[in-house]
Design a protein around this ligand. Structure first.
Ligand code: PMP
Length: 387
């Protein structure tokens, strides 16, 4: 995947499409191009069958039933849909009742900005502080609950710092208090085993391009039983996805998401173990090569593929000297604004520390040779401290 000169270490930003997955998608761009909504001919049937097979593959990966999986254009849409769709439904049911939502100050911008927008529509939202590792603590949430708290939304695995939140405890708290629970599982899916049914998750967002599937496809899990979760659509139109999400289905994308999910289901344990080992080797080597380097996020309750590190020099001065390394400063999920990452701020980093922070994320094609070379490149690029 990488030539000798270039080393891609930004798999939290996006992953390449696995060639096996691409070969499953390819016929659905060409000979099987039908519209699944065309119920009267074999082109339509072929496309519909492919979408339903993919729905089953996705459901199997997350422990859901196929009718609980709704395809979207990606996790940004899923996150928007979960929060706007639920608020709209709650308002229809009880127009005068106040709505309070709890989330954290280190969420992905697609949750953060959706909830900020809902605040402008008179929804009360609290962005709770996280601990020193960037994790939300259940006690913090419990103390912040109000009689009219209707929803909790917490990221499962942080896209910048890799920390993992206590999802089963948060879901259990929601069950106890009869509150809806949404999680953004975009970075967690395929890296840790998950069963949404057993965990009691009500709504869960995720995306294809973080698991070696294509961009522009994702899904929202909506629980159908105990309780049956009902939200309003975000997109209205021809009534696709059982009336919940209109728009002609992106069949090649859906086939890709299904194939990616199926691959993860078969290989997740092995792949996570390999990446954890590589990540740990890299962290040991980084500490040897760069005295004083700091790791952000939790030391062990973190993504198998993520290292978020604070260095002794600013990344602005460093980046021109490490152009053959594909790494990220702060979050690559925004539009490249120079503003300080709200996640690093939520973690308690100063603006100066945040300017010295790099995210390194490993993936399916990362080799030990590459990470050793990457450490060497960083070591050569960072000015030595006078001791
Ligand atoms: N949530 C998280 C945690 C992410 O990492 C991303 C992608 N950067 C998104 C949501 C948005 O996903 P998409 O690119 O599919 O809209």
């Amino acid at each position: 995947m990488n030539s000798d000169a270039y080393i891609y270490l930004d798999y939290n930003a996006t992953t390449p499409v696995d060639p096996e997955i691409f070969s499953e998608m390819e016929p659905y761009f060409k000979e099987h191009f039908g519209n699944p909504a065309s119920a009267g001919h074999p082109w339509g049937w072929k496309a519909e069958n492919a979408a339903e097979r993919a729905r089953l593959q996705v459901a199997n990966l997350i422990g859901a039933k196929p009718n609980e999986v709704f395809f979207t254009s990606g996790a940004t849409e899923s996150n928007n849909w979960a929060v706007f769709g639920l608020v709209s439904k709650l308002r229809e049911e009880s127009p005068t009742e106040p709505i309070h939502i709890l989330t954290s100050n280190v969420e992905h911008s697609s949750i953060k900005n959706s909830l900020e927008a809902l605040k402008m529509q008179n929804v009360e939202v609290d962005f709770l502080p996280v601990n020193q590792y960037g994790q939300i603590e259940v006690e913090t949430v419990r103390k912040a609950l109000k009689p009219h708290t209707q929803m909790l939304s917490f990221i499962w695995m942080n896209n910048e710092i890799g920390s993992i939140n206590p999802i089963s405890e948060l879901a259990a708290l929601c069950k106890e208090k009869k509150i809806y629970f949404h999680t953004d599982a975009t970075q967690a899916i395929g890296k840790i085993p998950m069963n949404v049914t057993d965990l009691g998750i009500d709504l869960m967002s995720f995306s294809g391009h973080k698991i070696y599937g294509p961009k522009g496809i994702g899904a929202l899990f909506i629980r159908s039983k105990d309780p049956k979760v009902q939200i309003h659509p975000l997109l209205y139109g021809g009534g696709h996805e059982r009336g919940q999400r209109s728009g002609t289905l992106n069949v090649p994308g859906i086939v890709g998401l299904g194939a990616a999910a199926s691959f993860c289901q078969k290989n997740q344990v092995e792949e996570t173990a390999r990446l954890t080992q590589l990540r740990d080797i890299m962290w040991v080597k980084l500490q040897m090569a760069l005295p004083g380097v700091l790791l952000n996020g939790h030391p062990s309750e973190r993504s198998c593929n993520n290292l978020n590190i604070t260095l002794s020099c600013s990344t602005d001065s460093l980046l021109p000297r490490i152009q053959n390394l594909g790494v990220s400063t702060g979050s690559a999920c925004g539009t490249g604004q120079a503003a300080m990452s709200h996640v690093l701020k939520g973690l308690g980093l100063s603006p100066a520390e945040s300017q010295r922070t790099l995210r390194i994320s490993l993936g399916r094609w990362t080799t030990e040779k590459e990470i050793l070379r990457a450490v060497e490149i960083l070591q050569n690029a960072i000015p030595k401290r006078n001791t």
